[in-house]
Write a new protein. Structure first.
Length: 350
């Protein structure tokens, strides 16, 4: 098989040939049709996350071992199965749930493997889908596409799934006004999902007018470019002068986090999702006085992914796939994402 591997931080990905793995027991070998290119692949490629104040959290300190094949949004067909597999058959078109846990910790025991204490996520801690074949540890991590377009389905394993979890959290206080910050791969899914599952008026913020126009087509009621220094004031006045009930931040960097807190109303609900990183100072007293909730959201669980596939099958959500690359173009795909040239999602078709 042919895989594109990250060999070290900021080194060009190396595409080379390997022996095809032989699936054992519950394992399944999937022939990859399409794999999504996520901003998290960029963080993996860059070697970590910005903690602010010049500090950097290295992915190798979190258990990543280079060389690694990135790619956690994997769609393909079942090529070979281990001896214990009976729930999928050869040729089935499947989406892979990549957020694999230990199976044993409190999170895994209630089905939230995405929040496992010792995660084994595909494309991060074990080889993923920037490859023509991927070895899936257990057939229980597969979901049948059953008619969903393979390129569109990729994003349901991460960008769609993460947006779904985050929007569900943002809906806990039945928002009248919901601000979505970042109209990238995650944010555009967030807009579509918010339109489908909340009653909120959606205000979308980004730095890029083209992405904001797409957000409007996807259902955003208001779009604002945060290059405008009056953005916070404009959001508050859209929200009847009170501020937003909920904010979901798919960027989560100092300028956006400051904007989030500035526009959040009393009893507001802030969900931080992006991993752009950095740090900010918090005015502590405003948190109890305004009784706000600040929470994080990290990917989602298998059941949510299956629910999302169903929403896609019914046409309620339709992920934006704007660009396709070959495996040999993996470096170009990451470079283009870094240069903010991708609207919605790009995929690699190995
Ligand atoms: P993307 O590159 O497709 O989109 C990022 C968007 O943010 C772009 O539209 C860009 O113009 C906009 N942006 C950047 N800086 C901004 C600013 N200061 N103000 C307003 N807009 C700004 O990225 P993506 O794939 O959507 O991922 C977004 C982030 O979410 C990444 O950090 C990624 O690693 C992270 N992520 C988190 C989870 C999770 O579970 N929490 C899952 C997947 C990805
Ligand atoms: Zn991702």
């Amino acid at each position: 098989m042919k895989s594109a591997k990250i060999t070290g931080p900021n080194e060009p990905l190396v595409v080379s040939d390997f022996d095809n793995p032989e699936p054992q027991n519950n394992q399944v070998l999937v022939k990859v049709k399409s794999v999504g290119v996520c901003h998290s692949d960029l963080h993996l490629w860059e070697g970590g996350y910005d903690l602010g104040d010049g500090q950097f959290m290295k992915v190798t300190d979190r258990g990543v071992k280079y060389p690694v094949t990135p790619g956690h949004e994997i769609v393909g067909t079942v090529e070979k199965i281990g001896s214990n597999v009976s729930d999928v058959k050869l040729g089935d078109e499947v989406l892979v749930f990549p957020w694999i846990g230990c199976g044993d910790c409190p999170a895994c025991k209630v089905g939230n493997e995405n929040l496992c204490d010792t995660p084994k996520s595909m494309g991060v801690f074990q080889d993923g889908g920037y490859s023509d074949y991927a070895l899936i540890p257990d057939s229980k991590y597969l979901a049948l596409l059953d008619g969903v377009n393979p390129d569109s389905a990729t994003s349901l394993a991460c960008s769609g799934l993460t947006a779904y979890t985050a929007i569900k959290k943002s809906n806990q206080n039945s928002p009248e006004f919901l601000v979505i910050v970042g109209a990238g791969g995650l944010g555009l899914m967030g807009v579509q999902i918010a339109k489908a599952i909340t009653n909120a008026k959606i205000i979308c913020v980004d730095l890029d007018d083209k992405k904001l126009e797409t957000a409007k087509e996807m259902g955003a009621d208001y779009i604002l470019n945060s290059k405008d220094p009056e953005t916070a004031q404009k959001i508050i006045s859209i929200c009847n002068g009170k501020g937003a009930d909920s904010v979901v931040d798919f960027v989560n960097a100092p300028p956006t986090a400051k904007l989030d807190l500035a526009v959040l109303r009393k009893r507001g609900n802030l969900i931080l999702v992006g991993l752009f990183g950095g740090s900010i100072e918090l005015s502590l007293v405003t948190i109890p006085l305004k009784s706000i909730i600040i929470q994080g959201a990290y990917t989602g669980n298998y059941d949510d992914m299956v629910e999302l596939l169903d929403l896609a099958r019914k046409g309620i959500i339709d992920p934006v796939i704007s660009k396709r690359y070959t495996l040999d173009e993996a470096n170009n795909a990451l470079e283009d994402l870094k240069a903010r040239k991708i609207v919605g999602r790009a995929v690699i078709n190995p």
